[in-house]
Write a protein that binds this ligand. Sequence first.
Ligand code: ZN
Length: 540
Amino acid sequence: MCRAVFCLLMKKAFLALLACLLFPCSALHAQGKTDIYILGKDKGSVSSMQANGITLLDARATTKKLGGSVELYAAAKQIKVAFPGMYAILSAPLAEAIVNAQTVKLPAEVVASGSRIYVPAQFFMLPQVQKALDRQITFENNALVVEKNFTLAFTDKEQKPSYDRLRFFRKGNISFTSKQKNKHTVEVVFPSVVLKRNTSLRLKDDFIRSFTLSQRGKDAVLKVILGKNGKNWRFTEENGELVFACAEKTLPAVSSASSPAVATEAPGEREDMTPSIFADAEEDAKASVPVIKPAPQPVMKSGEPVLTAKRKLRIVIDPGHGGKDPGATRRGSSQEKALNLTVSKHLYNYLKDQGFEVKMTRDKDVFVTLAGRSKMANDFKADLFISVHTNAAKRAAANGFEVYFRSDKATDAEAAEVAAFENEALQYEEAHYSFVDMLLESMAKNEFMNESSKLAGHIRNYVYKEPGIGIAVRQNNAIRQANFYVLRGVKSPAVLVEMGYISSSKDRARLNNKAAQKRMGQGIGKGIVSYLKAEGKISK
Ligand SMILES: [Zn+2]
């Protein structure tokens, strides 16, 4: 439980604030401001910082300026960003975002600083974000620029001894009118066309001297300055492109079949962004498409005494807290993070001996984000996920072993309170969980809630049966439902074990007892094996 850690984090946040007031923040990070322009309007600036040449933006402020909504879990160093029809979860210090339940790589790590979460500017340029907003988003000269999806852009020039051509990408039907304004100037007007950016280029040629393509109010205007030999010109559609051609005598043929290879691909959408990032992201997205798990196959062999799983089942053990996050603490006891790790190691050894593939989200005293924990489980393709914690309560009499599985509603107020603490986000009540969470969990929810409740039952029974633990296991209320963040987003049956109350002197003595710790690990392990047998996932 995390009452203690919450206080600690508040204290830390306060000290960080104090440090920032006493010493310039720029000494800690190269911090600054980045402007936001939306449809040509200056929308002010947001805090930003630099990391290895990449600009990171204050995720909350930027999202709000773009019209999205956020849920900030400052203590968990996590932010959820939602735009119409899409959501993303970003956690420090991961160089990735979970976008619509799929992993997308980012060019730099998400950074938590004070109460802010900074994300690489590229996050806001992801195709998913641009699509959700139906906007073109670019990052130029330390400004995030949001524009309408552009429809016209200069792509290429072609300079030949007998003619010049200018090529333009256009999307959809664009009408235009062209006319010679004077001897050397031709103007083409595109009514109600939004340009991605203004372009001007000097060809310094005798056919075309230069041109500018610029926004004039709601219209786009192409202005071409002709050279001394630019006597004939034509502006037409050729093979899907718009082409301005100019020659002295005969204009080049309309067909561009023999023209040199130029970028025939639409230059829009992606070209100005970092292509590699998005290529990776798309590959990743494909790779992480959730796999539909086959229904457990009944094992035909019976009476076989040894475990013969069809394939090695994978179990992830998640020792709660770690590193800078000690979890619950009490005088005269190891910290929660240490107790959790010790018992998790016993559980790990027990399950390894049984022939399972087992992974721990941490095997030493390090900090792992909540999202990082579920991600590890999903990457490992875990069949089961067991989070190990130690409880605490203000009421000194509170004691006993409990096992939780997630649900939409906590079974009682107390369970909800436990969940709130474990979520390290006291200030966010369940009501604040937005549709994005529901979306994220929607697949796993129905599929695994039932499984998780069964798993909880087996663990409860075997911890109860295991001798030498000495912590009460109450048959009527040892199983609880709550909305733990760590269990959300895990694509497998998942439970959170609260081994006992560090705040109870009786439980505390047992939690710190080496023999009882080993028994606890074994009891949980036996419960897991019993569940898998009962579900036909391993032989009886
Ligand atoms: Zn805990």
